[in-house]
Ligand binder design. Structure first.
Ligand SMILES: NC(=O)c1ccc[n+]([C@@H]2O[C@H](COP(=O)([O-])OP(=O)(O)OC[C@H]3O[C@@H](n4cnc5c(N)ncnc54)[C@H](O)[C@@H]3O)[C@@H](O)[C@H]2O)c1
Length: 440
């Protein structure tokens, strides 16, 4: 059956002042409050976290800049009260993974657009549910895949669109990030939620940073689609040991001893309808440098981001000055317009701010969002499907078509500003201001 309403390319009515609530003010959320507070037309009207002191701290980000205090909500269910009481245009979600889908769904039902940290759902059912509710309510549901906005990723996306790599044949992405100490840090993730997920699920738990940028290059859901995957996973060689080591000195860690931990390295292979292949890796324990791979291999060219940005049109990588020339020629308009400011505001080198600014600018100008609910759902569903494949000895698992066939005619998202770009930055960022804004 065709989708109830196709959210790809959907432009919601313009919103002049975007009234925003931010839920989840742990390690990630306050940065979002800071970034959004620089954007003209973005009004943070409500702040919510389970812990009241985190809400108070985040209020200071606003008041230090002379902005109005937002309404405060706390407690496990404060967010539900907030959705009842406050009129909102956008709910921006930075909570632990298990809350993303329920919070997006409730936000859309309450009449707001939803934007959620990655992944947007943890089960196939949750992924279908965000799609259904977005179509039904005609509210955007964007997964905040910030890596799609990084400089090299956007350069190579534009180069792909301009045909420099020819036809893409294969692409790779990853989340390789040594989080072993942070996952076992008592003062890290709230109530050790991330470590608990590494016990509960056994697959690629964080596929979206790797898959998002390469899926855009491959026109996934917009001309092609992912059909099936197989996942293979190593055993756990580190987390179980780490738990034992810590528990020997601190009884707090006793409950983490003897658990069945997620295998350390997951490799997932995906095939597309048009015969392209994708490889994703996930490793958050090995002592090795950070990598998202971001590798594109086409009939005419090749790109890889890690360990060093490189582009090739034959046997060797092009020289630094040639790479610079490509940046000059193929950097998309969005980066030319906002990239320098984004570097000033910061957030993973600027990509977080470009994502936030673009989201607000699209809402204010009534433009379709770069990432729609089908992107969020199909990039996230790799979490449960890789777990299913691993559990069945790397069995082939089919990937649902969340677009219900609309992928055949959906167009890739617009890389030009397309009439947007009239959303200013307030106030101009200076190094001093940034320091004042630091929260301890
Ligand atoms: N895109 C990125 O680059 C990036 C970077 C870091 C984190 N993240 C994502 O951001 C999310 C948050 O991660 P984090 O590192 O801030 O974790 P965290 O544990 O530091 O913060 C989560 C916050 O959510 C709050 N919370 C929990 N239950 C709640 C509820 N019912 N109502 C309101 N608040 C609740 C917690 O109190 C905590 O303050 C995760 O999904 C994570 O994967 C993304």
């Amino acid at each position: 059956a065709a989708p109830a309403f196709n959210m790809t390319g959907y432009a919601a009515p313009k919103i002049d002042k975007v009234r925003i609530a931010v839920i989840g003010l742990g390690m990630r959320g306050p940065g979002a409050v800071d970034r959004l507070s620089y954007i003209e037309g973005a009004e943070i009207v409500a702040l919510c976290d389970k812990h009241a002191d985190r809400v108070e701290k985040a209020q200071k980000i606003l008041t230090n800049k002379g902005l109005k205090e937002a309404k405060s909500y706390s407690g496990e269910n404060g967010w539900q009260q907030m959705l009842k009481e406050v009129e909102l245009d956008l709910v921006y979600i930075c909570t632990p993974w298990q809350y993303h889908a329920p919070m997006c769904i409730a936000a859309m039902k309450a009449g707001a657009h939803a934007a959620s940290e990655v992944p947007i759902g943890l089960t196939v059912k949750e992924c279908w549910e965000v799609v259904r509710v977005s179509e039904e309510t005609k509210k955007h549901c964007m997964m905040l895949e910030n890596c799609c906005y990084d400089f090299f990723e956007m350069l190579t996306l534009n180069m792909t669109r301009q045909g420099l790599f020819g036809e893409l044949v294969h692409a790779e992405g990853a989340y390789i990030h040594d989080l072993l100490d942070l996952n076992f840090n008592k003062k890290g993730y709230d109530d050790m939620w991330r470590l608990r997920q590494n016990i509960k699920m056994n697959g690629n738990l964080y596929p979206t940073h790797g898959v998002g940028p390469i899926a855009q290059c491959l026109n996934i859901n917009r001309g092609d689609r992912m059909t099936h995957l197989v996942a293979m996973q190593s055993a756990d060689f580190q987390m179980g040991e780490k738990a034992k080591e810590l528990a020997a000195k601190d009884s707090f860690f006793q409950e983490f001893v003897g658990q069945r931990y997620r295998g350390n390295m997951d490799t997932t292979l995906i095939k597309t309808e048009h015969g392209k292949t994708m490889m994703l890796q996930h490793d958050v324990t090995s002592p090795r440098p950070y990598s998202r791979l971001h590798l594109l291999s086409g009939t005419k060219g090749f790109a890889q981001k890690y360990p060093k940005e490189g582009i090739a049109f034959g046997h060797s990588f092009i020289k630094e000055d040639e790479l610079k020339g490509l940046y000059d020629k193929y950097t998309p308009e969005l980066i030319k317009y906002i990239g320098a400011q984004a570097k000033e505001v910061g957030g993973h080198g600027g990509m977080d701010f470009m994502m936030d600014w673009r989201l607000i600018d699209c809402l204010r100008n009534g433009l379709p969002l770069d990432q729609d609910v089908y992107d969020g759902a199909s990039w996230s569903v790799i979490v449960p499907l890789s777990c299913e494949s691993v559990a069945k000895n790397s069995k082939t698992v089919l990937i649902p078509d969340f677009t219900k066939g609309a992928w055949k005619t959906n167009k890739p998202h617009d890389l030009t500003l397309n009439g947007g770009g009239n959303t200013g930055i307030r106030p101009k960022v200076s190094k001093d201001q940034k320091n004042q804004l630091k929260i301890d």
